[in-house]
Design a protein around this ligand. Structure first.
Ligand code: PGA
Ligand code: ZN
Length: 428
């Protein structure tokens, strides 16, 4: 049985220059393996607690020295020289030691860094790739790649909130491989950059996830611009590229109203607007179309668009089994956006994954807006047979580390894409 010899942690900086947690785990007789954890900006209310130092004189309170010390001191003290039969054994020990419902004592960032570095050490000690180790955790036998959903334009919190909705993403639907998806997207990204320059006189400036963020006046204008960029690059919208949107509606919802680019919409009007977009544009995936608090209207949204689009819950679900159960029981969604740091350990994320799959939901494996150069998310997207992988744009090294990892796995395996999930069944 593997024995943990030593845990180590340090504070590093993420893609926004903010502190985050890096940890390494050394199993007896093995080399240490390390991972680092990401961080969000439009975080869901039910996410596990990301521990920050709160010292306003250092990184405006965002330091992670406490989380790091929790690994170096308490967790290293309690876990080293102990043997763990499995990932779930280790993760349950972490949960027990923390002993709070949302990991607020030691920090979900500290716990996830340990959970993941243990995973990487276990994979290395068995001589298998990380995706294979991840697959074992959910008894999967991957033979496919997820479709990429690639950030083209950003609004909301990932840009200057110039428009309400957060992301317009490209789905390179006629591509036959990851390699082809990225090459096609490069064409569209650069035709979008040209368009931004002509229309808005803006040089290439990028938002948090590497998307372009010119001063669009409305969310429709942002979606229209994506359509034009696809066409200008010589592709057919609806055939070569479909679209996905992350509405991130919790960010502009208040007192039962959606403030969409200056318009006050009640929930039925917001649903109508989404339906209207799906009528006009080839949108096949709508994430957080309504607020995380608007449970009442999610089933209406689902009934209205499920025949044509996935209804993906991010803030609504927070990779949390209690919330996923509620969404299944009330017919609120048909797809889970899965982010490990929303829940804090691999084992709890695996439970969320299994619950979503048991309801025949689609799963989109997602990174965060604040990322690092670590590439484990690509292995997770393959190992857990994601239907989609949401990794931001095709610029910036923290994004490219994951795409490059997918290219490497593709070169080894030559697997095809997973079939795009069937929508249209009221059961989903
Ligand atoms: P976040 O955003 O990482 O800033 O929370 C990503 C998303 O909303 O999907
Ligand atoms: Zn989201």
């Amino acid at each position: 049985m593997p024995v943990i010899e030593r845990l180590r942690a340090r504070e590093i900086l993420d893609s926004r220059g903010r502190p985050t947690v890096w940890a390494s785990c050394k199993l007896s007789g093995r080399e240490p393996c390390s991972t680092s954890v990401p961080s969000g900006a439009s975080t869901g209310r039910a996410e596990a607690h990301e521990l920050r130092d709160g010292d306003a004189r250092r990184y405006r309170g965002l330091g992670c020295r406490k989380a790091v010390a929790n690994i170096n001191d308490e967790l290293n003290g309690l876990l080293s020289r102990r043997s763990f039969e499995s990932q779930s054994d280790l993760d349950h020990a972490l949960i027990d030691i923390d002993s709070t419902p949302n990991k607020s004592r030691l920090g979900a960032n500290a716990l996830l860094a340990v959970s993941l570095s243990f995973a990487r050490s276990m994979a290395a000690s068995s001589g298998i790739p990380l995706w294979k180790y991840f697959a074992g955790l959910v008894h999967a036998d991957p033979r496919t790649f997820p479709r990429l959903t690639i950030n083209l334009f950003s609004g909301g919190r990932h840009a200057g909130s110039q428009v309400a909705i957060q992301d317009v993403l490209l789905v390179p639907s006629s591509a036959q491989s990851i390699d082809e998806s990225l090459a096609m997207t490069y064409d569209v990204y650069h035709s979008a950059a040209d368009l931004v320059k002509q229309r808005y006189g803006m040089r290439l400036l990028r938002a948090d996830e590497g998307g372009l963020a010119p001063p669009f006046r409305t969310s429709e204008e942002m979606i229209e611009a994506a359509m034009h960029a696809i066409q200008k690059a010589g592709y057919l919208p609806g055939k070569d590229f479909r679209l996905a949107i992350d509405v991130a509606a919790s960010e502009f919802y208040c007192s039962n109203r959606y403030n969409l680019d200056g318009e006050e919409l009640d929930p039925p009007a917001m649903i109508e607007r989404l339906v209207c977009w799906i009528d006009r544009y080839p949108i096949v995936s709508v994430e957080d179309g309504l607020s995380q608090e608007d449970w009442q209207h999610w089933p209406h949204l689902k009934r209205a668009i499920a025949a044509r689009s996935l209804i993906v819950g991010d803030d609504l679900l927070c990779t949390n089994v209690g919330r996923i159960r509620r969404a299944i029981d009330t017919g609120a969604a048909n797809a889970l956006l899965l982010k490990l740091n929303q829940v804090g350990t691999l084992t709890e994320a695996a439970d969320a994954y299994r619950m979503a799959r048991s309801a025949r939901w689609a799963v989109s494996i997602s990174v965060r807006s604040g990322e690092t150069e670590d590439d484990w998310a690509a292995d997770l997207a393959v190992g857990w047979q994601g239907d989609q992988f949401k990794n931001g744009s095709i610029t910036q090294s923290e994004r490219l580390a994951k795409y490059n990892r997918l290219l490497a796995i593709e070169q080894e395996t030559k697997w095809p894409f997973i079939n795009w999930p069937e929508t249209g069944s009221s059961e989903r």
